[in-house]
Design a protein around this ligand. Structure first.
Ligand code: SF4
Ligand code: SF4
Length: 361
């Protein structure tokens, strides 16, 4: 992997967020429980390093992380303006929509102009969005979305389908259109199937449930029939790397460079699991800072991990370059883990004036 293979930089700008979604890695980690203190944020100096190699209009920037909502960060605004000054072809921001004020959103649309895309993650309507998106403020979301689109902002509404909101998809799409949103995306989540569950406990009590006959649950059954277990599938499936195919790279809130967003979470998991074990092995092998851009700049790409280890681990693994659980789980050939790919996404253009997909994921 080299710089010429990168056309999109995806960022986990912060560990801060105002919500507590039950399947989010940050919600499940007590370290992040107090959501507005003791956290990491990317700084303006970091963006000077990140964006230095890219020529105007030759790259995209996407704010879509594992541990936070970029708009909860006190460093977001100045880094956003700096990013814009480097002229990315697009800058996409994925958000829960309930941060900031309506007037800020109006000004944000004007600042971002034709380069800015916003994806609002809203999983239901007034009576259901807060079931998964715990602590979300519905009236604030409505005001913010309307204010953004009224000021000319390009927006997409992403709606994760659960048992409790399935019946509202059509109504939500109508509301999206009425609010001036350009695209509507109904997403399946594979998190129930991949963790072999059909329900997940909420922070405030009760559960969220998977939709009946979710396609990922069906795939999981077929995998178990063929391989005996999901772990066996992960160990043996052929792997096609999504990040390589899409020329993307991922940077976490501590400036660690990873090949993709799925690599940006396991090291910070609270509980030990197969994914985390594989990442602890990488740290043991290469040291804590082997992929730290603050320390090494883009020379990180010359590290053995990026030059050899990753590719070998997929289909030619050895005792040093071992297969990484996250890769088999995410980019195997029989299970679509990500809600942004394949059968799990369903992006519809609902505004006739829309020119292109507003979000990179
Ligand atoms: S809005 Fe995003 S970052 Fe915040 S808790 Fe929910 S999934 Fe996690
Ligand atoms: S999980 Fe592994 S194979 Fe999939 S995109 Fe990331 S690095 Fe590539």
């Amino acid at each position: 992997m080299s710089l010429k293979d990168i056309s999109e930089v995806q960022l986990d700008h912060t560990t801060r967020c105002n919500l507590a979604c039950s399947q989010c890695a940050r919600t499940q980690n007590p370290f992040f429980k107090d959501s507005f203190s003791g956290h990491s944020d990317l700084q303006i100096e970091d963006y000077q390093v990140i964006l230095e190699p890219f020529a105007p209009n030759s790259f995209r920037v996407t704010h879509c992380g594992n541990y936070g909502d970029a708009l909860a960060s006190p460093t977001f605004d100045e880094t956003f303006d700096y990013t814009l000054s480097k002229q990315p072809s697009t800058i996409s921001v994925f958000t829960n929509g309930s941060l900031r004020s309506a007037s800020w959103w109006s000004e944000f649309a004007a600042r971002g102009g034709h380069r800015l895309r916003v994806v609002f993650a809203i999983d239901g309507l007034q009576d259901t969005n807060g079931i998964y998106r715990e602590n979300a403020n519905w009236s604030r979301i409505e005001e913010n979305v309307r204010s953004f689109t009224k000021a000319g902002g390009k927006a997409r509404w992403d709606f994760i389908e659960f048992a409790h909101n399935y019946h509202q998809i059509e109504e939500a799409e109508k509301l999206a259109k009425e609010m001036g949103v350009e695209q509507f995306n109904v997403k399946y989540t594979s998190r129930f199937a991949s963790t072999q569950k059909t329900v997940e406990a909420r922070t405030k009590g009760g559960v969220v449930s998977d939709t009946k006959d979710n396609i990922n649950q069906q795939d999981m059954l077929q995998i178990k029939n063929k391989y005996g277990s999901f772990d066996e599938y992960v160990r043996n499936t052929p792997i096609t790397c999504k990040a390589v195919a899409e020329k993307k790279i991922f940077i976490d809130m501590n400036m660690r460079l990873w090949p993709c967003c799925w690599f940006g979470a396991p090291l910070y998991f609270h509980r030990t699991c197969k994914q985390k074990t594989d990442f602890l092995y990488l740290i043991e092998l290469y040291g804590e800072d082997f992929n730290n851009l603050r320390k090494h700049g883009w020379n990180v790409l010359n590290h053995d991990f990026f030059l050899n280890h990753l590719e070998n681990s997929w289909n030619d693994s050895n005792s040093k370059h071992k297969r990484i659980y996250t890769c088999g789980r995410t980019c195997g050939d029989k299970f679509e883990f990500s809600s942004g790919y394949g059968q799990n996404k369903n992006i519809k253009t609902i505004s006739p004036t829309h020119e292109r997909d507003v979000g990179a994921l």
